[in-house]
Design a protein around this ligand. Structure first.
Ligand code: C2E
Ligand code: CA
Ligand code: CA
Ligand code: CA
Length: 278
């Protein structure tokens, strides 16, 4: 696949010797997967809680393996992160996501595209420049792109990461704090950080219908997010009961199997019918 000329493969050979054999196999195969274009993106809708319309779709990578079938990201992202292959992988994801975004925009859909980035990406000094270049290449206005960074990645809190977040935000790209509540970030990390969205981890969301403590945590995160001027999204919404609770709690957006599973973009449902409130 020669046209992706910028896909330099970064391998930290010093670390390789210590890795289990299996990881070396995954890494070698993953390198081929990138070259042979075996990765695909599925998109999961994120809806406004008030009206149920799709606001954004999140790109979730899968590996269409010739023998093993559709491999979920949890099975190869750790190896990609460890080897540095996450760098060209993320560039591939960004390119594909921005191209797909042009596709649904042409079809009349006003959906932001959310892309997950790892801490490793933010530590590469040229990353904000890469994003700016890709936006220009696709003639996409920056507010159509959101980057989801896990709370844990932000906790790495190096100057490089902070600077990358500031630069990306200055470009006009939205920054989302993913899996909020699951990591170890002290709240002080959020101070001064330009955060457009906070996503509450599924671990808390899934229990709000029954568990008073989860409810208290989700309520606090909603209040915190709003206090910081961010929108708040609940992830992992699986039941109408949870969705109804989120409406009342003042959550802005919701995502989860109730609303839609990750699918290739033409299959994303344009609207989902709101659960009846009684
Ligand atoms: P995430 O960013 O927290 O994404 C949500 C994960 O939960 C996805 O799993 C999604 O399919 C799943 N999910 C969504 N709604 C529900 C629900 O209602 N119930 C349950 N049980 N699960 C739900 P997936 O696609 O396997 O991705 C796992 C993780 O892999 C993602 O977690 C993200 O951290 C990472 N990931 C996926 N794609 C990329 C990528 O392109 N780049 C990077 N750096 N990471 C990615
Ligand atoms: Ca995410
Ligand atoms: Ca998440
Ligand atoms: Ca998660």
């Amino acid at each position: 696949q020669g046209k992706r000329g910028t896909m330099d493969i970064v391998v930290y050979s010093g670390e390789q010797a210590a890795q289990p054999h299996q990881w070396l196999v995954v890494q070698a195969e993953l390198r081929h997967a990138l070259e042979r274009d075996e990765l695909i993106l599925h998109y999961q809708p994120k809806v406004g809680v008030s009206d149920g319309t799709v606001r954004a779709v999140e790109a979730l990578v899968r590996w269409q393996h010739p023998e093993r079938g559709l491999v979920p990201p949890g099975d190869f992202l750790p190896a990609a992160e460890h080897s540095g292959l996450i760098v060209p992988l993320t560039e591939w994801v960004l390119r594909r996501a921005l191209t797909d975004q042009l596709g649904w925009t042409a079809a009349g859909k006003r959906w932001v595209v959310s892309v997950n980035v790892s801490a490793r990406n933010l530590e590469v000094p040229g990353f904000p420049g890469l994003v700016a270049g890709l936006l220009a290449e696709h003639r996409t206005a920056p507010h159509w792109l959101m980057l989801e960074v896990t709370e844990t990645a932000l906790a790495g809190d190096t100057d490089t990461v902070q600077r990358a977040i500031a630069e990306l935000s200055a470009l006009g790209v939205g920054i989302s704090v993913d899996d909020f509540g699951a990591g170890y970030t002290s709240l002080s990390h959020l101070r001064g950080m330009p955060v457009a969205e906070i996503k509450i981890d599924r671990a808390f969301v899934k229990d709000v219908a029954h568990d008073p403590q989860s409810r208290a945590i989700v309520r606090s995160v909603i209040e915190l997010a709003h206090g910081l001027g961010s929108r708040v999204t609940a992830e992992g919404v699986e039941t109408a009961e949870v969705y109804r609770w989120l409406i009342e709690a003042g959550c802005d957006e919701a995502q989860g199997y109730l609303i839609g599973r990750p699918v290739p973009w033409p299959q994303v449902e344009p609207d989902f019918s709101l659960p009846v409130i009684d």
